[in-house]
Design a protein around this ligand. Structure first.
Ligand code: GRF
Length: 191
């Protein structure tokens, strides 16, 4: 089996990146991570990439005059490593239309809610504040509208009466780590 080439974009801890790294270690998993890009120089995910022997690059958005130029710099790297798919894993920048277009149908994001519920940057807090009985996580194709692309896979989680944002996000993370490798596999098998 020829493993398909995946680039992962991160901004932080990278626990979902780790889940993808671990899945890719299996001989029968259809992907390999060929590079990791972080827009944050101190993201712990860069250490995870290096520990796994994966090329890790910092593309600091602060070094670019515009969103477009930042995205072009990332695309140059993705093309250099011949990435075929992109996974956003806790990547905290909005992408330009040109970048989204270039990866249409081949770029995934993971979001900590049952989309279309609770889009945006505070999904776990918002689910708690709304008094929802359940929430979860979603892996979806990235389109120009934030958190709005086709959902590839979802996992549900009950919200407990004594949940804090931290405890709930912890349980969501556990499901995310199972879901993201499954969703990437589905995308690859459909391509
Ligand atoms: C995850 O909860 C993901 O859903 C959201 O950002 C978080 C990233 O966590 N987009 P990590 O960096 O993968 O640990």
């Amino acid at each position: 089996m020829k493993k398909r080439r995946v680039g992962v974009l991160i901004s932080g801890n990278g626990s979902n990146l780790q889940a993808l790294i671990d899945a890719c270690a299996a001989a029968d998993y259809p992907a390999q991570i060929v590079l990791v890009i972080s827009n944050k120089p101190d993201a712990y995910g860069l250490v995870r990439a290096k520990n796994a022997g994966i090329p890790a690059h910092i593309v600091n958005h602060k070094d670019y005059a515009s969103r477009e130029e930042f995205d072009i710099a990332m695309n140059v790297l993705l093309n250099k490593y011949e990435a075929e798919f992109v996974c956003l894993a806790g990547f905290m920048r909005i992408l330009s239309a040109g970048f989204v277009d270039a990866w249409q149908g081949r770029m995934l994001n993971i979001h900590p809610s049952l989309l279309p519920d609770f889009k945006g940057g505070h999904a776990v807090r918002d689910a708690l504040a709304a008094g929802a009985k359940e929430t979860g996580c979603s892996v979806h194709l990235v389109t120009e509208e934030m958190d709005a692309g086709e959902v590839i896979a979802q996992a549900k989680i009950s919200i407990l009466t004594d949940d804090s944002e931290e405890k709930l996000h912890q349980r969501i993370h556990e499901q995310e780590h199972l879901l993201y490798p499954q969703a990437l596999k589905i995308l690859i098998n459909n391509n």
